[in-house]
Design a protein. Structure first.
Length: 302
């Protein structure tokens, strides 16, 4: 397989190859997700959902569907074929250790935005990233409903390809005033953390243009890259939520604050991607309001 030994610095061409693998695998998984949903749930809503097609994970409001598990199974199969020996960390299947000399770990979210997928809201994605030493070096996020493919490689920039194949380079907005920034965020499934997040949103809202809650962190991060929002922040993301989207945002010029690659959502650490012109001001406001502090599972702001 292409790559370098663990004793040398990987080349840009190696990152580009990992990017191509991420795109190809994410596209196949996205097609599975896209084609399977109507048969299980109908065009919208969950009225046709059969018994056993949806289960709960961390809380009763945190769903996983049979399509999540089928998508991750397909992704693992394809990665094993294209990159045998690489480690894989998936949202549904956990960590599969690998012994590849390149030290690559794939971080996989088979459907980011499962609640949207369940209800037929067109904002859910397949997210796949390649990490080396806990750092994302290549990744792809496929907006399943829209058909847009966001991808990036470390040092190689970020792009989006639309369903017709037209490719555009991504750059963050040039906003320089936080009061004019459109900010995306997300909320946890536990009531305690959600209450604390609601208090923070209430404090932040008068300081920005407006708040958006799309329901897919991977897409939120790509929206920062595309200039559809000016920043995204959220407490309690797991690596599969941000690994690909954060790289896309960074390669489009965003300033990032990321949890450790081994952290879990329960740690409640903050993830931020902000257009460069507002990053410093946002950091100051977050420190003032306490947004920069972690919100561990079960903890309140008090």
């Amino acid at each position: 397989m292409p790559g370098s030994s663990s004793q040398s610095t990987p080349s840009a061409s190696f990152y580009d190859e990992l990017r191509r693998v991420a795109v190809d695998v994410a596209l196949e998984a996205a097609e599975l997700v896209r084609s399977t949903r109507p048969a299980l749930f109908g065009r919208s809503g969950t009225a046709r959902a059969e018994a056993g097609s949806v289960a709960a994970k961390s809380t009763a409001t945190d769903p996983v569907t049979v399509v999540d598990t089928e998508s991750e199974r397909l992704i693992r199969t394809l990665l094993a074929r294209l990159r045998p020996g690489d480690a894989i960390l998936g949202e549904e299947g956990g960590e599969q250790a690998g012994a590849d000399a390149d030290g690559v770990r794939w971080v996989v979210d088979p459907i980011d935005g499962t609640v949207n997928f369940l209800y037929g809201l067109p904002a859910y994605a397949v997210s796949i990233a390649a990490q080396i030493g806990g750092r994302s070096v290549a990744g792809a996020v496929v907006d399943v409903a829209a058909g847009d493919v966001y991808s990036a490689a470390a040092g190689g920039g970020a792009t989006v390809a639309d369903p017709s194949g037209d490719v555009s380079t991504l750059r963050c907005n040039r906003v320089t005033d936080l009061s004019m920034a459109l900010v995306a965020t997300g909320f946890a499934y536990s009531a305690t953390r959600r209450r604390a997040q609601g208090e923070l949103v209430a404090a932040l809202l008068p300081r920005v243009r407006d708040i958006r809650r799309v329901g897919s962190a991977a897409l939120d991060l790509c929206m920062v890259a595309a200039g559809r929002v000016d920043a995204h922040y959220e407490h309690g993301l797991s690596p599969w939520d941000w690994a690909a989207g954060a790289l896309v945002a960074a390669e489009a010029g965003a300033v990032l604050v990321l949890p450790d690659a081994e952290s879990t959502g329960a740690d409640g650490r903050l993830t931020v991607a902000a257009a460069p012109g507002i990053a410093d001001e946002m950091a100051r406001v977050f420190a003032e309001l306490g947004v920069d502090r972690a919100l561990p599972e079960g903890a309140s702001r008090a």
